[in-house]
Every structure is written in structure tokens, then in C-alpha cells.
Design a protein around this ligand. Sequence first.
Ligand code: HXC
Length: 535
Amino acid sequence: TAPTAAREDADPGVEPAHADHSMSALRERCDALHDEIVAGQRGAVDRQHALGKLTARERLDLLLDEGSFVEIDMYRRHQIHGLGMEKRRPHTDGVVTGSGTINGRRVFVCAQDFTIFGGSLGEAHALKIQKVMDLAVSTGSPFIAINDSGGARIQEGVMSLNGYGGIFQRSVQASGVIPQISVVLGPCAGGAAYSTALSDVTFMVHDTAQLYLTGPDVVEAVTGQRVTHAELGGAQVHGTRSGIATFVHDDEESCLKDVRYLLSLLPANNLETPPRLPGRDAAADLRPRLAEIVPAEPSKPYDMRAVIGEIVDDGEFMELHEAWAANVICALARIDGEVIGLVANQPMVLAGVLDVAASQKAARFVRFCDAFSIPLVTLVDVPGFLPGTDQEYAGIIRHGAKLLYAYCDATVPRIQVILRKAYGGAYIVMDSRSIGADLSLAWPTNEIAVMGAGGAVSVLHRRELAAAPDPDALRAELVADYTRQLMHPHHAAERGLVDDVIDPVHTRSALARGLAMLRDKRRQPVPRKHGNLPL
Ligand code: HXC
């Protein structure tokens, strides 16, 4: 059998004639073509490896359970003429598509093949992706796209753009129905970049992955700015600044392993619940360290991740956007075998304030958890929203409202735990009972108020303090009085806004009991077309 390249060059559209039409000869030729396509073109595969990248098929081998991949549309080729395209009609058209399993659970996948037309997306390529997306939705299975592509295939013009449109349309319709995961392992330019933004979660790897709407050449031509691929859209940029990369990895192997782990925490679709593991007797599990990690003084920092480690099963949690908006933590974990989504202020970063980025990060996470029936646990230790012109001009009102909206709209079981301070709007937004938390627990160190004692006294007693012979002594007295009256541990509990004041060491057990209590929660929202989320 002629190698693929020769076959393409020799024959633009028609298969070569063969004399032998016996069953064995037909089978042999089919097998040979199959093997040829799977092997790929040697030189191109070597170039891909030399770039530090695996091939599309090697990636699928790492992602899927061994031997589970069922390929669809392997023989598909473009039907384009002009610009020399009729001479190059490689099978697969630059994307490997199909289905397989991850830990025995079905998923649909596409993996772009950079060795063919730079993984660029033409009509046939797009139709292949659309076909597996449709199958993912109709079978209620997660969809995983591995991106390694130069974007819209230039030679196919408007049909490439049309192909992207069809993918976006499907992605939006599938949003909240099946988990959609993008894995960026090479260039991901132009239209492809929007696919990642429309998916639920985006993985990237350092060095080889780039994600941007327009590449460095276009940037320079239009703006005169010279910028490298990595500076423009590397994993570092999207993991720390734009917030587009949810997870960033050093290499493809660890990245694909983590995709498998993420899938183990998600349901296959919105009609299922996340996979449960056997219980751990968490309801009887006391954690003395919790009383030591958190200082009683409200402004002393500590690492909230240490608290989370004590609360969740095996101290294991998967943090989303670890290096972006680190003042709020969003993580998936389990308590007593049940998957939960954790939203927590991080007093170690910017004192745990809520700002534009933190609001966006947490809002998107809350929507994600709610869409996929993941109960929410919110750990509160927040001094408020970050004040100042930077934040106001950047639209903190609009972005903070996203978080508010996301919580108000969420129908999954919701438990709030107030560790220390919970001031002002940030108290309301961090899943207070008033916006629909099902259970609110507070530690004895809780301080829920419009603002901290110092600020409150300054506002309420400005004139008295200015006129006082000893302002410091008067201030101390007023602060003590304010604290005694409005900020004692049971103030909110006496008013039903906190359901229980718990010893910190009981936090894990109280959450396990709370989650069990709320497990069958149902809430039917009033029918409407859709709400108007403050975007
Ligand atoms: C057709 C493409 C291609 C494209 C790359 N190739 N991008 N073919 N259409 N969009 C081909 C190259 O011609 C080359 O073919 C092979 O893929 C490998 O590309 P190289 O440039 O040699 O590789 P490399 O140096 O690694 O650079 C990769 C790259 C660069 C950064 C992706 O190719 C590039 O900048 N491509 C264009 C990116 C882009 O602007 N895309 C359009 C975006 S607009 P041979 O035959 O030599 O192997 C868009 C609109 C959609 O997507 C918007 C919807 C909202």
C-alpha cells in the first residue's frame, strides 16, 4: 500500500484501482489504510515530538482507559478545491474524534492533530467535532476537547468560520447539561480560543500551550507591540492574570491525569449526581487542629487551605484557579464520600477581601456546582469588598453582583460556615441565610456586622471622639461597647440568621451531618425564559 502522503499527491479524489476484489484483499487493504492513518506521517510526528508535544492519539491513550477508545470518522477528508487543497486530503482532517471511558465512565472526545494542517479547523474537521458533541449530549456524557490548532483553516475561508459557529452553538446548548472540558496542549488561536471560554473548565500546560484571539504577528501589525507567544497567551498568563486557565500543569502527562481526576468528581450530566464514595464516619470525626489554625484575633492571617485540609476527606481537594484571585479559594473535594464545592475566603491573600477577580471566580464556580448538583460549602472570613477607585471603575458592583446572583439562583444544598469576621455586603454575598443558604453555622469567633468595631465607632462617634480629652480611651470604651452589643458569638444565632454556634473541632462532623440532612433537597424555580445575570 502506498504511504498516505504519496496517496494524497497521486490522486486528488478517487481511490487507486485494485485488481483483487476478494474479501481477503479488501480486508487487507482496509487494515493497511487503518494502520497508516493511526501511525500518521513519520516526519510530522517527529516534528510534533521535537516540539515537546505528544500526538493526538498518544494524548487520547493517556486520557482514556486502556483499549476503550472507539474512533468515529477516521476516514473523513475535506472536499475542498482550490489553493492546492485538492492535492492534500489527509484522512481524519486533522482531528481524532470518538468515545471512550475514564474510570469506566463514558466520555466523548476530540483531539486536534497539529501534524495535519496545523490542526486548523476546516469544514470536515468542524463537522466531526459537532458530531461527537451531539452524541455527548444525546447520551448524557462529558465532552473533552484537546486543542492543538492554528485556528480557522485559512484555505477554507467562511466554511471554517461557519464550523466554529456550529461548535459554539452546540457548546452553549450543552452548557449546564454535560460537563465540557477544554485541554489546551498547543496553540489555540482565534475561534478555538472561544471554545475554551465556553467550556466549564480549561486545562493548560506551560511552555507549549498558547491561547489567544490574535497571534503575536497580528498584534504587532495592528498595534506595533512586540510580544512573544508566551507573554501573549501562555499558561502563566491565563493561570494568573486572565483567569481563563482553570488548571495549569508542567507537562501533558500530569495534565491528562488531572482531567481524569476531575471527571471522578463530576456527574456525567445534569440529571445525575456526582459519584459518591463510601462514607467515612465523618459525623463522628473531631478535628482539634481546627481550633489552633485560626487565630481568634479577626485580622491575623492564616492559611485557609489548612482549614479545608482538616474538613475534607483525606485532606484532599482540587483547587480551581489556584493562582488567579487567590483571595478566594474555589475547590472540589469530598466530605464523608460526597462531592462538595468549597468557596472560601483566603485571609492570607489581600486579607481575604472580595474584589472583581475574586467575585468572577467564585460566581462562575457557584454556577458550575449548581448546574452539576454539587452541594456548596462556603467558609467565611471576610473583611468586605475591596474599596477604592480601581475597583469601582473596574465595575466591582457589577462583578460582585454576579456572585450574589449566582448564590441566590443556586438550588443545590448550601451550607455556610462563619469562622471569624463577616462584614457588610461581603457577609450577605458569601451565602448568608438571607440569600438562600440552607444551614448557617458559626464558630465562637464569629463577628457578623455592618462593619468592624473600629470603623463603626469612627462613623458613629466622630464628633464625640474629636472633642474628647482622651480620644484613645474613649475609642477603646466605645469599641468594647459596640463589640459587646453587636458582635458577640450568639448575636446572629439569637435572630435565626445562624442556625448553630459550633466548636471549631466539630466543623467536619457538623458539615457531614448537614450534608446528609440536605441530601434530597428539591427546589423548583418559578418558570421563566431565563434570568438576566449581570454579565
Ligand atoms: C491553515 C495552518 C493554519 C491555519 C497553521 N497552519 N495555522 N493552515 N490554516 N489557520 C499550517 C501551517 O501552514 C503549517 O503547514 C502547519 O500548519 C504548521 O504551522 P507552522 O506555522 O509551521 O507552526 P508553528 O511555527 O508552530 O506556528 C503555529 C501557529 C502559526 C502559531 C499556530 O501557524 C500561526 O500563527 N497560525 C495562524 C494562526 C491564526 O491566526 N489563525 C487564524 C485565527 S482566526 P505546513 O504545510 O507548512 O506544515 C480564527 C477566526 C475564528 O480562528 C474566529 C471565530 C470567533
